[in-house]
Design a protein around this ligand. Sequence first.
Ligand code: SF4
Length: 436
Amino acid sequence: MRSAKYKTEPLKCWQKAKEIRENYYKNYAKAHEKGGIRWAGGAWSFDAIPAGLGDDVYPITSEPYGASVAWNKEFALECQEAVERAGYARDLCSYMRNYWGSVMLNKYVFGGEFPTPDFIWQDHICCSHAKWYQVVKDIEKKEIPFFCIDVSVGPYEQINEHKLNYVVMQMHDGIEWLEKIARRKYDDEKLIQAVYNHCRSTSLWAEVCALNKMIPAPLDEKTMYSLYVLGTLQKSSKVVADFYQELRDEVKDRVERGIAAVGNERCRVMTDTQPPWAFLKIFRYLEKYGCVSVGSLYTFGLIGMWDVQEDGTWGPRRTPQENGIEIKTRDQALRTLADWELKKPEWQHFYYPHLKSEMMIRIAKEWKLNGIMLHYNRGCEGLSLGIAENRIALIKAGFPVMSFEGNMGDEREFDETRTIARIDAFMETLGFERLE
Ligand code: SF4
């Protein structure tokens, strides 16, 4: 075995990330024991808004929960079969099926019974979003109060005052609804602090991802999955915003000291959309070729908020605080939040594939990639939309592309042997041999 070209070392804040995630799921399950409230919603719900109900309000976001189920292969299969027995189609969102199955079986993947939420707080851009919880209510056979905000107002480049108002007015209605169903007085100051945290978390995560432009990359995609997830859980919490600040400082330090994620880095790729969660070992397989996956539009843009910087490259979006803006009212907080979120990279390509292609080509250039691995993910119709057009655009832009079929949450649709064979062929095309 050759000696490594670059130094590597574990992330110091790794354990802390694990603890935050563990506490999050524990807090949700035990909310009632503490006299608190628990709610369920998507990873893109405006979680800063229920934060105005108090500090004892605990969420569970559905997609990361579905991914946690997927990681537990045996339980995932149990969930999927329960959903199929109930007559739901196998080609629906696999996170959603994993989540439904867990509710149907009344088993929480972290132990015990599935904790029913007191209310559902969702938003809607993918066709599965609102339906997800309509079915949860049916399965629970309980009248769980449900509020859903429609955010599908078109891409950010076409945003105008009417579109923004459409979202903001729904948020105002949502707060009145929350006060009524929770029977609590809403605290605007808590909302304002949560909006600040939200902007801080998402901007810092983009900064962390931007540091991966460096050679060697300080982080690899498999590691990034365990870090970005905190933003999908509760980006408006101070705990998450503070953690991302600590992480940003540590990753900066790794860059300064030349610490690599993959000691023999000589080939850089990115992926696309969610990975097959039960088979993350394919990222370790890439390392045999000295190949690092530096992330993806999904890892960067599901949570990270970006802006074109003065030099024309992609970097973190400046937060309201960094722009010297002080949020003073509920309306200003909601307007800031809506404007901030509507620019989310992963929301843009729900409308046109070319918007995704442009962002992917930008990443391929700025992160200095040798090639791209596209996951034709049958489990997510939302983020796989237009993926074949993206492939053509990337090839036209001069980047070699490998595609593989799979499913982020349903291992029955992933062929490990064939995918490994495709990776071998792709590496050969790129001119790399195994190092060991
Ligand atoms: S975007 Fe994908 S993961 Fe999210 S709800 Fe839609 S299909 Fe499911």
